[in-house]
Design a protein around this ligand. Sequence first.
Ligand code: 5GP
Length: 174
Amino acid sequence: MPERIVPMLTADVIAQRVRELGEEITKAYAGRPLVLVAVLKGSFVFTADLMRHIDLPLRTDFLGTRSYGEGTETTGVVQITQDLSRPIEGEDVLLVEDIVDTGLTIAHLLDLLQTRKPSSLRVCALLHKPSRAKVHVPIDHLGFTIEDKFVVGYGLDWAERYRNLPFIGVVEHA
Ligand code: 5GP
């Protein structure tokens, strides 16, 4: 089915907010070392930009997850496709998500990582769709609240396409 992408957040608007989030996170950790965990694949673009605005000693790690098939509806099942490369016990960990929709993915990942005894575990999400929440998850640092539309671009895909768009837009079917 042919589709078009209607812009929602421009590259400039995203860049400004990501800079602010970086400053907010820098202040929140007050010089302490941080482990930034990017939830793949969707948050790799966001994480790459965000980390360059965080002025702390940090290391990055990656957690691969999959919660959708080829469509746009959640399956409710979170699959871990790639685990962290190092232990996080005793460390300050910030989970970086592209979008919190039903909340199931983050809730699952928080449960999983908590068992590894980090000194703190917080969440930074670029986007949040509160109207779709199935479980409450604390988002410590949030970029934008958006309405219930399926969005792509800036790392977010639709059946693996559109991750390379520099802006975020809504998929509309013709
Ligand atoms: P949740 O478990 O909170 O329902 O969904 C989180 C994951 O679903 C996100 O990391 C993302 O991969 C995917 N997702 C949820 N909403 C959207 C959306 O509007 N666009 C895209 N591309 N992915 C989404």
